[in-house]
Ligand binder design. Structure first.
Ligand SMILES: [Fe+2]
Length: 345
């Protein structure tokens, strides 16, 4: 591959004449735009320790009242993109959000999709499209694009959750905005009570629902039980993993980002295939290690780490006695829809 001409090889007056006409020569940037063999992601393997961030988040609870924050969040920013960009990867935003007892984060809706993975505390809830979703550790609550949502807290101790949004992508598309709303009237319908048995969907009057988001809360007790049942059913299976899907269609729960949960048996090491999308691993339970490219991160409970795409990842359960459970968020639905998804050996 031959070296291409550089911008500084061109006469200054020529460069100035190009700029004046809003023109740019391609060849000095061609290799950076289309690197050989594989992309050069700005996303860096990064680890966020919950033990380190928790006191800083609680301090935010003292420093900034909820009325002055609306959403009291510390963003898990990837230094590879620059902290000011507030993104974990090209398409993913991560934030740790704190809600104190009695606080209320007012209703709004926005174009980016969000999910909440509850990290600690009890008694908080998110009302999404009128459906009140209780939030307990390990639960996944969806707040899809365009749906009204607000957070409240009837419990007695701080509640923390991990927000995952496709905000960087939607913002990049110049399609990001929000609308403020009134406190929602709560409806009795509960998606996680309607879809309780595999292979069965409600059909009142023989009708299937046309709601694109029929299930908004995925309780951890169900996800954990599903993983344990899979591990017991086939003790030799390499990857004990489930995907959060729309129970009506079997498709990913949201259009842009995908969500999964995986279990490592005691002492198990799992080498993941090298895939094009970036991924985020959040340890719900256990003690683990994440080997991402040449980096090794020791993960304690509630720690989060990020892996760029096209990077080998191995997850290791550091405990020989108890399983480890991960929540995984990644850009697979986006890559598949755009036709750029790749898996390499
Ligand atoms: Fe929101």
């Amino acid at each position: 591959m031959n070296d291409l001409g550089r911008i500084e090889d061109l006469p200054a007056e020529y460069r100035a004449a190009l700029a004046k006409q809003n023109l740019v020569p391609l060849w000095p940037s061609l290799r950076a735009l289309l690197p050989a063999g594989q992309p050069r992601p700005a996303t860096r393997a990064t680890h966020w320790s919950y033990q380190a961030l928790r006191p800083l988040l609680l301090r935010a609870g003292e420093l900034t009242p909820i009325e002055k924050a609306e959403r009291r969040v510390l963003v898990l920013a990837n230094p590879g993109h620059g902290l000011e960009k507030m993104q974990a990867s090209a398409a993913m935003y991560l934030g740790m959000q704190l809600l104190l007892p009695g606080e209320w984060a007012p209703a709004h809706r926005h174009t980016p999709n969000a999910v909440r993975m509850i990290v600690e505390g009890d008694g908080a809830y998110t009302t999404v499209g009128g459906e009140k979703c209780p939030m307990s550790r390990g639960d996944l609550v969806l707040t899809p694009t365009g749906l009204w949502h607000e957070h409240g807290h009837d419990g007695s101790a701080p509640v923390v959750w991990l927000d995952v949004l496709d905000l960087p992508l939607v913002y990049y598309m110049e399609a990001s905005y929000h609308v403020e709303g009134e406190r929602q009237a709560v409806q009795p319908r509960r998606g996680d009570r309607l879809y309780t048995r595999p292979g069965l969907v409600p059909t009142p009057g023989f009708d299937r629902t046309s709601n694109p988001y029929p299930m908004l809360r995925y309780p951890w007790a169900n996800t954990r039980a599903a993983l344990e049942a899979l591990a017991a059913e086939d003790p030799s299976s390499e990857e004990v993993e489930v995907t959060y899907v729309n129970p009506e269609t079997g498709a990913d729960v949201q259009n842009i980002l995908g969500y999964r949960a995986l279990m490592l048996r005691p002492g198990e090491a799992l080498r993941l295939p090298v895939r094009s999308p970036a991924a985020v691993f959040h340890l719900i339970e256990g003690a683990a290690e994440a080997r991402i490219g040449s980096q090794n991160f020791t993960l304690a409970e509630s720690d989060t780490c990020c892996a760029p795409g096209y990077t080998p990842v191995t997850l290791v359960n550091r405990s020989g006695a108890t399983p480890a459970f991960f929540f995984v968020a990644d850009e697979t639905p986006l890559h598949r829809k755009l036709g750029v998804f790749e898996q390499r050996q």
